[in-house]
Write a protein that binds this ligand. Structure first.
Ligand code: 13P
Length: 349
């Protein structure tokens, strides 16, 4: 099956009332872990690569690895997504490679660190939408700023520094025409999100619910959504790691989000922890080993287990064969005719 439009995948998720995990990849084993989980749970899937991943693996390696996944698993709809594009040029280069979806993160300036103004964000995101939609490519935007830093991208600081203002979210959706919108509700990238189990004072699910009420046709995206499970932290620390005590986003909060318009859930850290724990365990307990396969195989299995769990918890399991994926040229026609326009003023009609 060719790579499919993320918009179609999210529209189907909205119809079915479930969420779809977007898992970050840097290498072959991570892609295989995701495809193993998708096959096991019969899930459609979003595979995403950050700028850091594209640099690490090199564009053509990564693209062809994901293409190989779609050739080997024609029964699984796969959307290939650029995570946190920092500029029009980054998004354009992903589209040129064959990505079916891009995130233009205009919440930060091109340096990927400094918060931008609302007007700057609108302008660059709208430009990407105008370029991507005629090609059938999906666009995710971000309003408000996530906390933390991932792969060198992020404003740092706490997730509470730049919570999304619902009025701005509505204006942003109207003026850009994005398909999906990442909002800041107190989460941050990386392992250190909360210093205790989060409650409503630090994880603003009420803001998310308000935004969904006002933007019922825009797919919401939760970034920084690793749950950072204690058992994964413990494995890393048991075998020589030095993680400090930390809390992630509880799965039940993500499920509350899914009941309120969240269709895409970004998860990277949990998989990093699973991989690191598995590798540490082999190297710590069997120091005589030196064949990378001896630790990469358990690492891949550990990640597959986490991804399978999330696919089941997000509700995407069992939905891989619900629909026939449309070629992105068909999706482009939907944008051209206005049928896929989700701007609040139009979608309400
Ligand atoms: P985590 O660090 O919580 O896994 O978030 C990943 C993410 O949001 C990627 O964009």
């Amino acid at each position: 099956m060719p790579l499919v439009s993320m918009r179609q995948l999210l529209d189907e998720a909205a119809k079915g009332g479930y969420g779809v995990g977007a898992f970050n990849v840097n290498d072959m084993e991570q892609i295989q872990a995701i495809m193993g989980a998708a096959t096991e749970t019969k899930s459609p899937v979003i595979i995403q690569a950050s700028r850091g991943a594209r640099q690490f693996a090199q564009d053509r390696y990564l693209f062809h690895l994901i293409l190989a996944a779609s050739e080997l698993h024609p029964e699984i709809p796969i959307a290939m997504h650029q995570d946190h594009g920092n500029s029009f040029e980054t998004c354009k280069s992903a589209i040129a490679l064959g990505y079916t979806s891009v995130m233009m993160d205009g919440s930060l300036k091109e340096d990927g660190k400094t918060p931008s103004t609302f007007e700057e964000n609108v302008e660059v995101t709208r430009r990407v939408v105008e370029y991507a939609h005629p090609l059938g490519v999906t666009v995710e935007g971000e309003i408000g700023v996530l906390g933390g830093v991932e792969d060198g991208h992020g404003a740092g600081g706490s997730g509470l520094d730049h919570i999304t203002d619902p009025d701005q979210a509505v204006e942003f959706a109207e003026r850009t025409g994005v398909d999906a919108l990442a909002i800041a509700i107190g989460t941050s990238h990386g392992a250190y999100k909360f210093n205790k189990k989060p409650d409503g004072s630090v994880l603003k699910m009420d803001v998310l619910i308000e935004i969904h009420k006002r933007l019922p046709h825009t797919h919401l995206v939760m970034h920084g959504s690793s749950s950072v499970p204690k058992d994964l932290q413990d494995i890393v620390n048991e075998y020589g790691g030095k993680l400090k005590e930390t809390w992630g986003v509880p799965v039940e909060e993500i499920q509350l989000g899914i009941r309120n318009g969240v269709r895409k859930i970004n998860v990277d850290t949990d998989n990093r922890l699973a991989i690191t724990g598995a590798i540490r365990k082999v190297l710590w307990t069997q120091p005589e080993k030196f064949d990378p396969r001896d630790y990469m195989k358990p690492a891949r299995e550990a990640m597959q287990k986490v991804v399978s769990q999330r696919m089941t918890q997000f509700g995407q399991a069992g939905h891989s064969a619900d629909y026939a994926p449309l070629p992105i040229t068909e999706i482009a026609k939907g944008y051209a005719s206005g049928a896929l326009d989700t701007r609040p003023s139009l979608a309400a009609k």
